[in-house]
Structures are given as structure tokens and as C-alpha cells.
Write a protein that binds this ligand. Structure first.
Ligand SMILES: Nc1ncnc2c1ncn2[C@@H]1O[C@H](COP(=O)(O)OP(=O)(O)O)[C@@H](O)[C@H]1O
Ligand SMILES: O=C(CO)[C@@H](O)[C@H](O)COP(=O)(O)O
Length: 510
């Protein structure tokens, strides 16, 4: 039996597959994109079959790149975007496209849950109040607007659980993704009867909940034929992308924390006990480390804000990238470097799709504020990078106000690969931003979980300790502290001032 591991991260823009050796070295990687469907404004759906295809092709590609014998693979682990509602019928077919974490159609259902179950009770049981992105309001939405589809639901899975079901034929989930449903008691670590019944589901419509490193099943004959691996390879339960990101960044014990700029933006810290935020601004979810939790604040459009700039304003960079093979994001960052700290008095509110932490406001929208004819394109881009950093500072401040001691943040996600963005993070958040020897995040954490499940490492903390280390740190520049503190105060005031207008604008566009 070989000792090579595969980690598959079922992300929002695409699926990343990694092949890792038993010393934690990444030896091959593959990436397959798929579309994000927006059938109506605020809706976000994907085709689960596309996730599975991307995973299968990813496995084939990493094996091909490495030249490894397929029989040398010891285990597979999965990580995935959280909260998406994969409704399966009795034959295991998808009832309707899942509603994803970034889908905000459920504002009415969120109000209903926070009223009927009670906001405080939701926070105590589920670790967070009901929010548009979570799974439970999606179930209510289905029951209300598509009763026929609701009647066909046999089981509810999360995105990576669906891919694992296709690989193994077993339907299950695990603690870290169960925690993001809004149906799970995060302290008792079991489905909450009250929460499950509040959305009209029965217990038997929810899958068994495993530990993240438990072996959940083995590769079936048909999945083996599709992936090119031998049948019987163990597949571990895996974890939510943020839990796996934490494992893959070594955030596996108290005092460790990370900042991630992917599509979303996250500040997350390890928590040995399930401390809740009574204000419901950050979430308390179960970790992939057994018996542990993590607290996190989530921005909906962190990397997405820069991606939007690239798509809508970055024609030059996209063209240059196509001609020269450079990365359009790198070119945008280079342009932003020409703008000074504070972007010549320009602010950007990164609320393109509403915001979760700290405002829980689906109506908030993006804003450039302070624009004058003196501003240049470079200022517009820098203001976006700074606006995302200010939004992440909101999460950091809340975590600290809850007593979480955070001395430094480990950086993850595509955005954190930019040296300029890392420096801005260090300066705005006033904490050192650490880089790691591996910054693959969730897919890497999933591979480590596969290693634990197949006996390469004794437990999750040991796997992370053996493989993940800090390679360098960006320090905050003391000379910019006051400027960014003033910038942050203005950023916060802007949202407060605009909040009623965001509501008014939403009412007008109904
Ligand atoms: N070179 C770069 N410089 C700055 N930002 C980048 C760079 N490369 C990627 N990004 C940002 O990272 C985001 C994608 O991050 P990633 O971790 O791959 O996201 P996800 O897993 O959510 O799809 C992009 O939307 C972009 O904002
Ligand atoms: O909704 C959340 C966490 O609560 C998101 O973090 C999703 O889990 C996916 O984010 P990306 O990895 O695609 O940015």
C-alpha cells in the first residue's frame, strides 16, 4: 500500500486537486473551473455533476503529472465550499441545483427563523444566528416556493459530501460542514431536533455525522474506473473549506489564527471551547480537529471585489496578460502600488453582494467614496485592496473583543499571494502577516486529513505540526498606523451613514 495522499477542494470558482507525499510535499496540482449560475439577481447555483467531473479529472491529472502508480495512493480527503444545499431524492439524483453560500434569496426565511426559533437560541445552538448563506433558510425556501421538490427530498448533503457520495456510494457528512447548516448543535455535536423540525425536515433526511479524519467509504468500482485509481482506496470524511484551510495552515491549537482572501474573506481563530458571540457577528463552528471549534468572521466579497475590478475595469491587464502570459491580478496590483497609503483620500466599501460580518446586511452595496477628478485608476484599485483589509479588520476586532488572543495571522487564499495586499493587511490590521511553506489551504488540509485517516500521521495536530511552517512575516509599518486608524474610522462611519440608503435602494429596486 502506498502512502501518497490526494486532497480535493470543491471551491466556488473551481475544484483544486493536490497530490501530496507522506512528508507533506505537494508533488502535483490540478485546477478545473466551472460556472456559477445566477438565474436571478441574488441567486447563486451550481451543477453538482460539474463538481464531480472536476474532481475526477483533477485526480487523473495529478496522477498523470506525477507519473505515480495509482496503487500508491493511500487515501483521499475532501474539502468544500460550505452551506450549499444538495437535495437528493431516493435514487440519489439531485432534486434541483443547490443554493450556494453566496445566494441571498432567503432574506425572508432568515427573518422567519430568527423570529420562530429565536435569534439568541440560534446563536446558542447553532453558533450563529440564521443568515442568508446558511443551509437551513434554503430548506425553508424550498418548502415554501418549490413544495413538489421539497416532497422529493430524501437526504440533504453539503457540496463536498455529494462528491464523496459519488466516489464511495456512501451518504454522510462530518462535524465541520454539519456546523454550517444551522441545523446542528455545535456544542453537543449532533443534529438539533428543534432546529431540524423548525425547517420541516425529519432526522432521517439528514446524513450521519462523522469525524473529519474518519474513513467515510471506499472508492467504488465505477469511481475507480473514472478516476483511474484502484477500487477500495479509503476516502475520509474531510471538512468545510474553512476548517480544512485552518488545518492546512497549522491553525490547530489555541493562539493560532489565519486571514484568507479567496472569493470570500475570512479571519479565523482556533477555539478550544465553543465561545459564542452574543451579537451573532462571527460564527462558532466545529473544527476538523476533534473536540475543538473555531471562531470566524466572513466577508462575502473580498477576492471577489478584485475579481470584479479585473472583469469590469481590467481590460488592459487582461489583454496584457493574454499577450505576455503575465497574471492580470499581478498587473492590477502593480498599478495599485503607484497609489500611496490611503489611496489619496478614497475609500471603497466592499459590499458588492451585501455583507455578513459584521453587518449581516443583504442590502449593503459597493461604494467608492471621496472620488475627485484628481483620482487615478491606481487609486481606485488601491482603495479596493484597502477596503477589503478594513472589512477584515472588523472581524479581527470582534474576535479580540471576545477574548481571542491574536498576535499574528497566517495568510491564505489567492489574494494573500500578492505582496502588496499582504503589506496592506499588516498595516491596516496592525498584526504581522505570516506566509507558510504551503499556502494551498483547504485542499492541503483535506490531504492531511486523508493522511490521518490512512495512518500516515496519528492525529490532525500531528499532521499539521509535521508539515506546516511559517517561512516569513510581513511586519506592520508603525509610520502608517495612525493614517490607517483614521481611515478605518471613516470606513466604519460610511457604512453607518449609508445603511438606511442601502435599504431604500433595495426597496426601490424590488
Ligand atoms: N496575484 C494576485 N494578486 C492579488 N490577488 C489575487 C492574485 N491571484 C488571485 N487573487 C485573488 O484571489 C481570488 C481567488 O482566490 P482563491 O483562493 O483561488 O479563491 P476561491 O477558492 O474562493 O475560488 C481572486 O478572486 C483574486 O481576488
Ligand atoms: O460561506 C463561507 C463560510 O461561512 C465561505 O467561506 C464559503 O465556505 C466558500 O468560500 P470560498 O472559499 O469560495 O471563498
Amino acid at each position: 500500500m502506498g502512502r501518497w495522499l490526494i486532497g480535493i477542494d470543491v471551491g466556488t470558482s473551481g475544484t483544486k486537486t493536490l497530490l501530496v507525499d507522506d512528508e507533506g510535499r505537494v508533488v502535483a496540482r490540478a485546477y478545473r473551473e466551472y460556472p456559477l449560475e445566477t438565474p436571478r439577481p441574488g441567486w447563486a447555483e451550481q451543477d453538482p455533476a460539474a463538481w464531480y467531473r472536476a474532481a475526477v479529472e483533477g485526480v487523473r491529472e495529478v496522477i498523470r503529472q506525477s507519473g505515480l502508480a495509482p496503487a500508491d495512493v493511500a487515501g483521499i480527503g475532501l474539502s468544500g465550499q460550505m452551506h450549499g444545499s444538495v437535495f437528493l431524492d431516493r435514487s440519489g439524483d439531485v432534486v434541483r441545483p443547490p443554493l450556494l453560500w453566496c445566494d441571498t434569496r432567503t432574506a425572508e426565511e432568515v427573518r422567519e427563523l430568527n423570529r420562530t426559533v429565536g435569534r439568541e437560541r440560534m446563536i446558542r445552538l447553532a453558533g450563529s444566528p440564521a443568515m442568508e448563506g446558511f443551509t437551513s433558510p434554503k430548506v425553508l425556501w424550498l418548502r415554501r416556493y418549490e413544495p413538489e421538490n421539497f416532497g422529493r427530498v430524501d437526504v440533504l448533503l453539503l457540496p463536498k459530501d455529494y462528491v464523496r457520495y459519488r466516489l464511495t456510494g456512501e451518504k454522510s457528512t462530518e462535524v465541520s460542514d454539519a456546523a454550517g447548516t444551522g441545523l446542528f448543535d455545535v456544542e453537543r455535536m449532533d443534529w438539533s431536533t428543534d432546529l431540524v423540525e423548525s425547517v420541516g425536515l425529519r432526522h432521517d433526511q439528514l446524513p450521519p455525522v462523522l469525524g473529519s479524519a474518519d474513513v467515510a467509504g471506499r472508492l467504488t468500482e465505477s469511481a475507480a474506473a473514472e478516476t483511474g485509481l484502484p477500487p477500495g482506496v479509503p476516502v475520509v470524511a474531510g471538512g468545510a473549506d474553512n476548517a480544512c484551510g485552518a488545518v492546512g495552515a497549522g491553525v490547530v491549537r489555541a493562539g493560532r489564527a489565519l486571514v484568507s482572501i479567496g472569493t470570500s474573506g475570512v479571519v479565523l481563530c482556533h477555539a478550544p471551547e465553543p465561545r459564542r458571540d452574543e451579537g451573532g457577528r462571527v460564527h462558532t463552528f466545529n473544527h476538523a480537529v476533534p473536540g475543538a471549534w473555531y471562531l470566524m468572521g466572513v466577508m462575502l466579497a473580498a477576492g471577489l471585489s478584485l475579481r470584479w475590478v479585473r472583469e469590469e475595469l481590467g481590460h488592459l491587464e487582461r489583454m496584457a496578460a493574454e499577450l505576455t502570459g503575465a497574471d492580470a491580478y499581478d498587473l492590477l496590483a502593480r498599478e495599485a502600488e503607484r497609489s500611496p497609503a490611503g489611496a489619496r483620500g478614497l475609500w471603497f466599501l466592499p459590499y458588492l453582494n451585501g455583507e455578513r460580518t459584521p453587518h449581516a446586511d443583504p442590502h449593503a452595496r459597493g461604494v467608492w467614496f471621496g472620488l475627485s477628478s484628481a483620482h487615478r485608476r491606481e487609486d481606485l484599485i488601491r482603495a479596493v485592496l484597502e477596503g477589503v483589509a478594513y472589512g477584515l479588520k472588523d472581524s479581527l476586532e470582534i474576535l479580540r473583543s471576545l477574548g481571542m488572543e491574536i498576535e499574528a495571522l497566517r495568510a491564505l487564499g489567492g489574494g494573500a499571494r500578492s505582496p502588496l495586499w499582504r503589506q496592506i493587511l499588516a498595516d491596516v490590521l496592525q498584526v504581522p502577516i505570516a506566509r507558510l511553506n504551503v499556502d494551498e489551504g483547504p485542499g492541503y488540509g483535506a490531504a492531511l486529513l486523508a493522511g490521518v485517516g490512512s495512518g500516515v500521521w496519528a492525529d490532525v495536530a500531528e499532521a499539521a505540526d509535521a508539515t506546516v511552517r511559517v517561512t516569513d512575516r510581513v511586519e506592520p509599518q508603525e509610520g502608517l498606523r495612525l493614517r490607517y486608524e483614521a481611515g478605518y474610522a471613516m470606513f466604519r462611519s460610511l457604512y453607518q451613514a449609508l445603511r438606511p440608503l442601502f435599504r431604500e435602494a433595495a426597496r426601490r429596486s424590488e
